[in-house]
Design a protein around this ligand. Sequence first.
Ligand code: GAR
Length: 285
Amino acid sequence: MFKKWKEKWKVSWLQFVLIICTFACGGSLCGFVGRKLLSFTSLEKGLIYFIVYIITMSILWPFCVLLISIPLGQFTFFRNYLQRMANRMTRKVNTTRRIAIFASGAGSNAAKIIEHLQKNQHIQVSLIVCNKPEAGVLNIAKANNIETLLIEKEIFFRGDAYVNTLKAKHIDFIVLAGFLWKVPAALIQAYPNKIINIHPALLPKYGGKGMYGNFVHEAVVASGDIESGITIHYVNENFDEGKHIFQVSCAVSKDDTPDMVAAKIHQLEHQHFPKVIEEVVLATE
Ligand code: GAR
């Protein structure tokens, strides 16, 4: 459990311990101050006292934790932590994040993402963007009543990269799920840190131009690597070079064919990609 939190917060073990100490000391200080404040009132211990105590604690807690975080050197972490908490609580509770999935292929990932996000009322897959009229993902969009946008190379690379169209459709976030064109600068600038991609290998290995789908698995098998995996990352202007968000590996045995590796990778993608998207989208302003 601790390891999970440490990874979630992206901190060292030392910082993790200091954060836990801050939580503990901040909580105790909050309890102490809360009780002291209530002692100045004439409230008898009972339901009303309890309710007022809870409200007082909720108001005091962020201040106490921030105060304790200063001597423990964790002020920046807690400032960001409280900011994220506040954003989550005040986040336009009624606002739905609208995401567009860009895909060029069969769309098995798109299908899993749609299925998973149907359970989240704050995120909606609003658009499927595709560059191939015969791509299977278009049928998935149709089956799920999701609007589609078939894009043209000329507009994508030399026009406005469909920024105006996406903005007009109120798209907040873009997910590349088997989309093979390079994303132009205009789109990246219009959606800073709001475009993520999945790559079917453990980047930085087996990435770059021409490395997609089965070419990746063939390269893994040809190299005799004993593992492969998936990388979910932000998209920048270079193929597969954006900041990593998530990686998970799987074993590759010497008898595995590229198709067998592909099956293992798809399983990992389907298991993790929808959940990672959900987390990243909700954590994005
Ligand atoms: C996925 O394995 C994805 O990682 C890969 O294309 C496949 C699409 O499958 N993407 C890349 O290779 C990008 N470089 P799907 O259409 O069944 O979701």
